[in-house]
Write a protein that binds this ligand. Structure first.
Ligand SMILES: NC(=O)C1=CN([C@@H]2O[C@H](COP(=O)(O)OP(=O)(O)OC[C@H]3O[C@@H](n4cnc5c(N)ncnc54)[C@H](O)[C@@H]3O)[C@@H](O)[C@H]2O)[C@@H](O)CC1
Ligand SMILES: Nc1ncnc2c1ncn2[C@@H]1O[C@H](COP(=O)(O)OP(=O)(O)O)[C@@H](O)[C@H]1O
Ligand SMILES: [K+]
Length: 467
């Protein structure tokens, strides 16, 4: 479980936020005391009287560990402490001096049922040294419960990359704010259950975890054309577009048209069908002024007709959601294609599609932000750690949705829900955030081993939770 709607900061942003607090006259030792207190509180809750081993590194993360050890000991817990070396001068050394119990060296450490990891936090600058990683992994594998301070030691704060962190960390106390390490890459799995501890550090950031959206009940004068009209374009694999269309209907649109080859094909009777054979037909249909959003790409195919459809949709001055084959057709030329757009565009690539479209260095967040800036589109970079980024630099992350979503067609459902949210007039990250939340919630409600079609019915309950 990851806190919803919570700010996410990089290591540098966290340092800046701490510095701002120091300028108000709060000392580093006072902040460390608050951090250690939060850790001790959580550790006591999980330890339930079992013996505790605290690992303290050389920096401030170690400083927090000394505070936690002192407070746990004072509250009657059986605490042993292991340090990797002398703490750096300042608050960490001060907290070490205030720890009255014995300090053992890492290589003499014996496993205990509860392990607290205070080796490294946001100051992790390079991979864990191999011997240290091995001892840490051994201690973690023998503990019944492992709690990391701030973030698991051996995870890069800003990218979530694995720098030697062990598996099996059960919980992490995130100090002050979430860091990318809790949400993306290897860090998502390695952090375990994330507990956000408020230690009184105000943070400024445009990045947050996805929150439950606030949706509106239709107004008394609403009618089908005022609640968003979505046009979903069918292609070579009609099932995919049908999934998107059904998801758009259940995702809150007032009217959904499936435009394609089969005017009387299968699907709910409430789904309106329109025969569209050529790109000229499509251009004529998309000229309909009632259309509020277009969804193109699920099952589109990649032939010349698909490309002609893509060009036609691009030319329509309507909000556009592009998924699947449309993204493959854009390929590395996405930014060039998108220059011609006059209305907003949302792209929903999975990792494979994203990597084919965009080069770029850095974390999943950095790359998604860069792609949004380059294309002018809002990007939903899907996966177990879905990162949404807008050209303005807003970021929303939803991590830890049901892994049962890893089945064909669930992305088509997401594209349809997004189409419905866009058609209702949302801009930038807002409709994307709502769509990703509803999709993940529907997956949670669908339970285990569902097929993509089964995500559609629970959308009504998910929406009800947002009213
Ligand atoms: N700055 C503050 O006032 C506060 C910081 N807090 C804690 O401080 C942490 C950050 O502290 P620091 O900036 O001291 O950083 P860390 O404690 O994460 O580690 C920094 C030290 O480890 C060394 N180091 C980095 N990677 C290494 C590696 N792989 N192998 C060996 N040595 C390595 C660095 O050179 C540095 O000496 C946070 O994560 C949090 O736990 C909290 O106490 C709250 C207040
Ligand atoms: N392991 C996972 N945990 C959580 N969500 C996942 C996982 N794997 C996939 N998803 C989600 O499922 C959807 C899959 O989309 P996509 O790969 O486009 O599938 P398709 O093209 O078959 O519809 C995305 O929303 C993605 O975020
Ligand atoms: K740590």
């Amino acid at each position: 479980m990851i806190p919803a709607g919570a700010p996410i900061v990089t290591a540098a942003q966290m340092r800046a936020a701490e510095d701002a607090v120091f300028r108000t006259g709060v000392s580093q030792a006072a902040l460390m005391e608050r951090a250690g207190e939060a850790v001790a509180r959580e550790a006591a809750r999980f330890a339930m009287g079992r013996p505790i081993l605290v690992l303290a590194g050389p920096g401030n993360n170690g400083g927090d560990a000394y505070v936690a050890a002192r407070l746990l000991h004072a509250n009657g817990h059986d605490v042993a402490l292991v340090a990797t070396g002398a703490p750096k001068p300042g608050a960490a050394a001060e907290m070490h001096a205030r720890w009255r119990g014995p300090t053992s060296s890492l290589y003499a450490a014996r496993p205990r049922p509860v392990l607290i990891d205070g080796l490294f936090g946001t100051g992790m600058a390079r991979p864990l040294e191999r011997g240290l990683a091995a001892v840490f992994a051994d201690l973690a594998s023998h503990a019944d419960f492992t709690l990391a301070i701030d973030l698991p030691s051996g995870i890069d704060t800003d990218s979530g990359d694995d720098l030697g962190a062990p598996r099996g960390i059960d919980a992490t106390v995130a100090l002050g704010a979430l860091k990318p390490a809790h949400l993306i890459g290897a860090g998502l799995e390695r952090s375990g259950h994330v507990i956000l501890a408020d230690i009184g550090i105000p943070v400024e950031t445009r990045s947050r975890t996805v929150a439950r959206p606030s949706l509106a009940t239709p107004g008394i004068h609403s009618h089908k054309y005022t609640r968003g009209l979505v046009a979903v374009i069918e292609g070579a694999m009609p099932g995919a577009a049908r999934l998107s269309a059904r998801a758009a209907m259940a995702g809150g649109a007032g009217y959904v048209v499936l435009a394609g080859g089969e005017p009387w094909g299968a699907g709910p009777d409430a789904l309106v069908r329109r025969e569209v054979g050529t790109s000229e037909d499509l251009a004529e249909f998309l000229g309909w002024d009632r259309i509020d959003a277009i969804v193109l790409g699920p099952g589109l195919g990649r032939d010349r007709r698909a490309e002609a459809f893509l060009r036609t949709a691009f030319a329509a001055p309507k909000p556009l959601v592009l998924d699947g084959d449309a993204l493959s057709l854009l390929g590395t030329g996405a930014a060039r294609w998108l220059q011609s757009r006059t209305a907003p565009t949302w792209l929903t690539p999975h990792a494979g599609e994203f990597d084919r479209m965009f080069a770029g260095q850095g974390s999943k967040i950095d790359r998604t932000l860069a792609a949004a800036a380059e294309t002018g589109a809002t990007i939903l970079h899907k996966g177990p750690d879905t990162v949404i980024a807008s050209p303005k630099g807003d970021v929303r992350i939803l991590s830890g949705a049901s892994p049962w979503l890893s089945t064909a067609g669930t992305g088509d459902v997401l594209a349809g829900i997004l189409g419905a949210q866009v058609a209702q007039g949302g801009k930038g990250v807002a409709p994307a955030e709502a769509a990703v939340w509803l999709h993940a919630r529907a997956a949670g409600l669908a339970g285990a081993a569902f097929i993509a079609d089964r995500l559609i019915d629970p959308l009504a309950e998910a929406i009800t939770e947002c009213l």
